[in-house]
Design a protein around this ligand. Structure first.
Ligand SMILES: [Zn+2]
Length: 301
C-alpha cells in the first residue's frame, strides 16, 4: 500500500489555512490492530485523521489528544498525535457495527451518540518537562466526527472551520480509502473569499471518493479551493506509531508495587500487559518479575 501523506497550506495572506491528508494505510493498520468492525473502523479512522491534521499545527515537543467521551455503543474514541506525523488511537468497543444509515453511509453518529469532545494539548510530559496543558471541550453535536471537530474549532478556538473526514470500508471490512481536509478562516479573511470557498466545498465529492480515484492531499485541496491559489508550507509522511515498549511495560509492572508483583508471580507466574493505544501485548516472565522484586529489595536495603 502507498505511503500516507499530509500537507499544510495557506492562502490569501495567511488569512485562510488548510490541512489535507490521505491516511488509508495507517487507518487500515489501526483497524487491523484493534480488530474493528466497519462502523468502529470508520469512527476510529475519522478521529485518527482529524487528530493528525490538528497535530500538524503543533510545535516540536507538543502532543494533542482528541477524546470523544460518548454514550453511544462505541463507548469512547481516543486519538493522539505529535508534531511529526505520528498518530495512535483506539475505540473502547471495536466490535460495533450498525446498519447503514438513511444516507447509505456507515452510521458513525449512531455509534458515537451524545457526550463530550475533549481536546488536550500537552508538552514534553514524557521527557520530564511540564507546562500547563491546554484543555478544551464542547458537547458532541452530531457524532459524525468531522462536524464535531468543526464545532469545536468554531466554538472553543473561535476559528470557523470546514472539516471533511471520511473512511470507506469494503463489504468485507477492509479499509479502502481514508483521509480528509480542514479549511480554517483566520481573523481578517475576506468575506467574499470565504463564501466562494464554502460554495465550492459544498459541490465537491466526498473525500473518500476523491481518494479512491487516486487523489493526493494536494489534489483534494485544489478541488476544494477551485481556482484559488494556495501555498504549501509542509508536506510529510504520516503513520500509525505507538511509543509503548517492553521496557515501559516492565516499569509499569514495577510501579504497581511489591505486593502486586508478588501476587502476579504467585498466581499467574508472570504478567500480560496490553497497550490500549495499539493492542500490542507484552508478556513479562516469572524471571523478569523476580528481577523486579530483587530491585525492590535493593532499594529497601
Ligand atoms: Zn502501544
Amino acid at each position: 500500500m502507498s505511503k500516507d501523506l499530509l500537507i499544510r497550506a495557506i492562502l490569501a495572506d495567511s488569512t485562510i489555512r488548510c490541512m489535507a491528508a490521505v491516511t488509508t494505510s495507517l487507518v487500515d493498520q489501526a483497524c487491523k490492530r484493534h480488530n474493528t468492525l466497519p462502523t468502529s473502523s470508520a469512527a476510529l479512522g475519522r478521529v485518527l485523521t482529524g487528530t493528525l491534521m490538528m497535530g500538524s499545527l503543533l510545535k516540536d515537543l507538543e502532543r494533542i489528544t482528541i477524546k470523544f467521551d460518548c454514550r453511544g455503543p462505541i463507548g469512547n474514541i481516543t486519538g493522539e498525535a505529535d508534531a511529526h506525523g505520528n498518530v495512535r488511537g483506539y475505540v473502547k468497543n471495536p466490535q460495533v457495527d450498525l446498519p447503514i444509515n438513511e444516507k447509505g453511509k456507515l452510521d458513525v453518529g449512531g455509534a458515537v451518540g451524545t457526550g463530550t469532545l475533549y481536546v488536550i494539548r500537552d508538552v514534553g510530559y514524557e521527557i520530564g518537562l511540564s507546562r500547563e496543558p491546554y484543555y478544551g471541550s464542547v458537547p458532541i453535536v452530531s457524532g459524525e466526527i468531522a462536524m464535531d471537530l468543526a464545532y469545536y474549532f468554531t466554538k472553543s478556538e473561535q476559528i470557523p472551520s470546514d472539516v471533511s473526514l471520511g473512511v470507506f470500508v469494503s463489504p468485507e471490512g477492509e479499509v479502502i480509502a481514508a483521509g480528509g481536509f480542514i479549511i480554517q478562516v483566520m481573523p481578517g479573511a475576506d468575506e467574499k473569499l470565504i463564501d466562494k470557498i464554502a460554495s465550492n466545498v459544498a459541490k465537491i465529492p466526498p473525500s473518500t471518493t476523491m481518494i479512491r480515484e487516486g487523489f493526493t492531499p494536494e489534489d483534494m485541496l485544489r478541488k476544494a479551493l477551485g481556482e484559488i491559489d494556495f501555498e504549501i508550507l509542509e508536506r510529510k509522511e504520516v503513520q500509525f506509531r505507538c511509543n509503548c515498549s517492553y521496557e515501559r511495560a516492565l516499569s509499569l509492572v514495577a510501579a504497581l508495587g511489591k505486593i502486586e508483583v508478588v501476587d502476579m508471580l504467585e498466581k499467574d507466574k508472570g504478567a500480560k500487559l496490553t497497550c490500549h493505544f495499539c493492542s500490542e501485548t507484552y508478556l513479562v516472565s516469572a524471571g523478569e518479575l523476580e528481577k523486579i522484586l530483587d530491585d525492590f529489595q535493593t532499594q529497601e536495603g
